[in-house]
Design a protein around this ligand. Structure first.
Ligand code: NAD
Length: 291
């Protein structure tokens, strides 16, 4: 089946990026969030990111105008019932995602494919709460969506081949590359990345290094473009903690124990860039380490 219309649930940093790339690729997009305010913030972000692409000659001003016109914001989740493909990209909490699918299912067309951009939650479990586990899979973008090339495609235990092929074709139309992962906690990228970030937080917690020495070490010592703590702030510390908890619970191995300092930052509401403070304080001109 060919996908023409896409519904994106959640207009946060990932959801607005997904709406952006889908609209630029020619899909009609319905963008949903819980409040008008969140939607407006998401649309403003899409607008400024598209403007940046125009100023760098990546796209034309006409492309930008056409993309913005293809995105229809709505706070009413049932408005997404008519689309061909839903990409759920709300907060990384299983109960939130389950409740979204539960509310959406009675309004869906029979052919609609459901997907989640979850970083770590079981696709098979999310699928089993819907009326269409065979038309359900993981569609995992990387942050920032307009820039990062990879999309992880995750097949749940019941996902059928037609659904998988339809999603693969979407990734191709976006000009991105897909990698296929089986449905185990945190899939491939985060299964490898998050324990490294968590270990960086332990390194900080145990006083082996401070924020600067840890990030400089990993940038210059391993040629990573960002240090692990800077990257954690970029991803969002709540999302990092949620993924570590999924690994810990799902694989029952103490090597995935979330660092207590990561928990502490999340409890403080210091979630990284999106809240202005995390391992760095972003409220001034330049980021300042908080430890
Ligand atoms: P975010 O906090 O920036 O955005 C989440 C958005 O979901 C918010 O705007 C919130 O209002 C909205 N939301 C919450 N409950 C909702 C509901 N019931 N209905 C509609 N919208 C709702 O988080 P994010 O970084 O965009 O993460 C979203 C998803 O993407 C998560 O599943 C996360 O694991 C995944 N993801 C994140 C990254 C990353 O680097 N941050 C990378 C890949 C995937």
């Amino acid at each position: 089946m060919e996908i023409r219309t896409v519904g994106v649930v959640g207009a946060g940093q990932m959801g607005n990026g997904i709406a952006h790339v889908m609209a630029l690729a020619g899909y009609d997009v319905m963008l949903n969030d819980i409040s008008q305010d969140m939607l407006e913030k998401g649309l403003a972000k899409i607008h400024s990111n598209l403007e940046r692409q125009v100023s760098r000659d990546k796209i034309s001003a006409d492309d930008m105008k056409a993309a913005m016109a293809r995105i229809k914001p709505t706070v009413q989740l049932p408005d997404l019932g008519q689309v061909d493909l839903v990409i759920e990209s709300a907060t990384e909490r299983e109960a939130v995602k389950q409740s979204i699918f539960e509310q959406l299912v009675p309004h869906l067309e029979p052919h609609t494919i459901l997907t989640s951009n979850t970083s770590s939650i079981s696709i098979t479990r999310l699928a089993s709460g819907t009326d269409r586990p065979e038309k359900f899979m993981g569609f995992h973008f990387m942050n920032p969506v307009p820039i990062m090339q990879l999309v992880e495609l995750i097949r749940g235990i019941a996902t059928d081949q037609e659904t998988f092929q339809a999603c693969s074709a979407v990734v191709e139309k976006l000009g991105k590359t897909s990698a296929t992962s089986e449905d185990f906690p945190a899939f491939i990228v985060n299964r490898i990345l998050m324990p490294m970030i968590n270990e960086a937080v332990y390194t900080l917690y145990e006083g082996v290094g401070n924020v600067t020495s840890i990030d400089v070490s990993m940038k210059l010592g391993t040629n990573h473009p960002m240090g692990p703590l800077e990257l954690a702030d970029f991803i969002g510390l709540d999302t990092c903690l949620a993924i570590m908890n999924v690994l810990h619970d799902g694989l029952a191995d103490t090597k995935y124990r979330p660092c207590p300092l990561l928990t502490k930052y999340v409890e403080a509401g210091w979630l990284g860039r999106k809240t202005g403070r995390g391992f760095y304080d972003y409220r001034g001109e330049t980021p300042v380490p908080t430890r």
